[in-house]
Write a protein that binds this ligand. Structure first.
Ligand code: GLN
Length: 390
């Protein structure tokens, strides 16, 4: 039968993790922590199971968890979402993204993404019958030609918006560049969507990973944008439990009603004991408030080590990803395309990474790969030792 996704293979994160396992490489590819989550969180999930919270929870998610999400968003971003009609618990960020797209994109609608873009956006749009319009983040280079920061391509975005534009997908902090949107960026976004029927999907799964004292600016902190946005986040990222697959989508009631029509027949609902465990854990804000310092220490440790190698470091204002440019290494492999370089690095050097070209539709080769630094210091040290001789 004809494929619904003829141009899609297996996601790069799965491919690189499998290759890393096969070759016993240190896996700095797919984004996940290699350290344990808090035992108290596990105990809370265990308690929930022993208390017989083992049947279907409400379709929209356990009330305690939705109330916890409401309080967190209110405290951090000052916006009140009604937990009954505006917050839905999802099976991770990726399900939230697909369900949002299926809920609001009709065949022929246009959806704007900003490349490099997370690899699930495009296939999700395609499944909905939508048309992807990609614009590129603008790299700002220093006098040595190194990327110093990124700008949002406002002119291209403005030009791309037309009456067929149903949705615009943004992602801050941004995977893979680590770019963090400023308040002025949200203002500018509001300017360009005002008087249009464009909705916003804001992928904020790395919301608690911003560094050097910077602040995460959520669409929830901007009332005008919040009124037309689906805000997506992930407990897996925040609580070091990516395998639990629990996240949430917050959106105005009219958008949430459409979201839930799809959600109920997509996953119906999300595993019950994890929701109870997370609800109890979320009521203490200290974990996510400490997360920037926790990950900044890892980022700084990893960057200090990389400074001693011949890789060129790109900036990392947010996320747990560090991009590096390998094109100036004095080895023949420095000429390889990014995907080939990552395969070689995994199989021959023993360190797995993700080619940034995987975040583009038309392979853009700039000699940049992505490492994940959500790892124990020992893991990062071992990886650095292997990268040092290159
Ligand atoms: N978001 C993760 C990353 O970029 C991957 C998640 C996944 O593999 N589905 O590495």
């Amino acid at each position: 039968f004809p494929s619904r996704l003829p141009n899609v293979g297996t996601t790069i994160f799965t491919v690189m993790s499998a290759l890393a396992t096969k070759h016993q490489a240190i896996n700095l590819g797919q984004g996940f922590p290699d350290f344990p989550c808090d035992r108290h969180l596990i105990a809370k999930v265990n308690d929930a199971m022993l208390a017989d919270h083992n049947q279907y929870p409400p379709m929209i998610g356990v009330a305690d968890l939705r109330n916890g999400v409401q309080k967190k968003i209110q405290n951090l971003y000052g916006h009140h979402y009604d937990p009954e009609s505006e917050i839905t618990i999802t099976a991770g960020g990726t399900q939230g993204i697909l369900t949002t797209i299926l809920a609001c994109v009709s065949p022929g609608d246009e959806v704007i993404i900003i490349e490099p873009a997370y690899d699930s956006y495009r296939p999700s749009i395609e499944l909905a019958g939508g048309k992807t319009i990609a614009v590129s983040l603008e790299a700002v280079r220093d006098i040595n030609g190194q990327v110093a920061s990124y700008n949002i391509p406002w002119d291209a975005l403005q030009k791309a918006i037309n009456p067929k534009t149903r949705l615009l997908i943004i992602n801050t902090p941004h995977n893979p560049t680590g770019m963090v949107w400023q308040k002025s960026d949200l203002d500018q976004l509001a300017n360009i969507v005002r008087n249009t029927s464009t909705l916003i999907l804001s992928d904020e799964v790395y919301e608690h990973m911003v560094y050097d004292g910077a602040k995460h600016h959520s669409v929830a902190s901007h009332p005008e944008l919040a009124a037309r946005s689906f805000l997506i986040s992930s407990f897996g990222k925040t609580y070091h439990v990516t395998g639990w697959k629990v996240g949430y989508v917050a959106a105005p009631a009219s958008l949430t009603a459409e979201f839930r029509k799809v959600h109920q027949f997509n996953v119906f609902t999300v595993n019950t004991p994890m929701q109870y465990g997370l609800a109890s854990y979320l009521s203490n804000a200290s974990h996510y408030l400490n997360l920037p310092a926790f990950y900044q220490a890892k980022r700084d440790f990893f960057r200090a080590g990389l400074e001693k190698t011949k890789f060129k470091l790109l900036p990392t204002p947010g996320t747990y990803f560090q991009c590096v440019d390998y094109s100036a290494l004095k080895i023949p492999e420095a000429k390889l395309p990014e995907a080939e370089f990552c395969k070689w690095l995994t199989t021959e050097v023993g360190v797995a990474a993700i080619p940034v070209s995987a975040f583009y539709e038309n392979t853009t080769e700039s000699g940049v790969i992505r490492f994940c630094f959500a790892k124990q210091e020992q893991t990062l040290s071992s990886a650095l030792q292997r990268l040092q001789p290159l």
